[in-house]
Ligand binder design. Structure first.
Ligand SMILES: [Zn+2]
Length: 317
């Protein structure tokens, strides 16, 4: 991507469609979410994203958890319609295991293959992109994707503040005797390139001319602040404006959002125990929508065109 000028700016918006049950696991909450909340991401939040993207003429990438397609016929039909409308459906594993990279080769392959089959059947075309749960990828998993003809991975999140915050939260949970569903991965991610690269064999965080393209999630240039849905909706306005301004100057603004980013905690029946642990759930939906409107408008004003991650990967030599 080196040598691109501002005329070639691209903004890729992707949404990880982790179900509310995933957040129960990461926060080690007991029980199961109530019925409305259980399906809230695909049935309630996804349509809000679709309306948002339509207002900006953006085709987006949706990272789908394969098992959700089997669990929710209504959500599956919605996603099939999005694929027909030109959005991309990509692979976010079959069951969203936070310890994905530690599962061993057979179960890693199984997570990729089962989701692949479910998404291909839903979209009518096989997925070419992958994002691991919890931003943790490994050389082994990258090899498995390459062997299956995947064009890109977009799991690398080279943000020191995200990594630090995760380490602190997991440490604190250990201190109070709770076990997070999350894993803390390889700190070499902090030195990974911020711009698209081809990872070396067995070294997912190093550029090495491999066959698959890595599309890292957006961080700012020097401080490497995460420019993702959660940080944008929680940051004070002055910081948010700086983060957006930094991101839209890049050749590729790989904006990662989560389905939960457009949750309306009251209307979507989100349990208080989860709201207590997810500060973004305490922000009004109107605020979160306004933040994403501001972000997409800034990308457009900076001359970016919107493209799916598959399109971006296809354009990288
Ligand atoms: Zn996820």
């Amino acid at each position: 991507m080196a040598g691109q000028n501002s005329a070639d700016r691209v903004c890729s918006v992707s949404v990880d469609l982790d179900a509310i049950g995933c957040y129960y696991r990461i926060h080690a909450l007991s029980g199961a979410p109530p019925e409305v909340a259980r399906h809230a991401i695909l049935r309630r939040c996804l349509p809000r994203f679709v309306d948002l993207f339509a207002r900006h003429g953006a085709r987006a990438t949706f990272f789908v958890v394969g098992a959700d397609l089997e669990d929710d016929a209504e959500g599956r039909a919605l996603l099939a319609g999005l694929a027909r409308a030109g959005h991309e459906l990509a692979n976010h594993t079959h069951t969203h295991p936070y310890d994905f990279i530690r599962l061993g080769p057979a179960r890693i392959a199984d997570e990729i293959d089962r989701a692949h089959a479910a998404i291909a059947a839903c979209a009518g075309t096989p997925p070419v992109g992958f994002r691991a749960p919890g931003y943790e990828i490994s050389g082994e998993a990258m090899d498995a994707l390459g062997a299956r003809g995947y064009r890109y991975d977009s799991s690398v999140f080279p943000s020191a503040s995200y990594y630090g915050a995760k380490a602190v939260v997991m440490g604190a949970m250990r201190v109070v005797g709770r076990k997070s569903g999350s894993v803390l991965g390889d700190p070499r991610v902090l030195l990974a390139p911020r711009r698209p690269y081809r990872p070396a064999a067995g070294a997912p965080y190093r550029d090495g001319g491999g066959g698959i393209v890595e599309l890292p999630i957006a961080v700012t240039r020097v401080a490497r602040l995460p420019v993702i849905g959660t940080s944008l909706t929680l940051a004070p306005a002055w910081l948010r404006r700086r983060m957006i301004a930094a991101a839209v100057r890049e050749p590729l603004f790989n904006l990662e959002l989560h389905g939960i980013d457009l949750c309306d905690s009251d209307a979507d029946d989100i349990p208080a125990a989860l709201i207590a642990r997810q500060p973004d759930l305490r922000r009004p939906l109107a605020h979160k929508l306004a933040v994403f409107e501001e972000t997409l408008a800034a990308a457009r004003d900076a001359g970016a065109r919107f493209a799916t991650l598959a399109d971006v990967a296809a354009g990288i030599a």
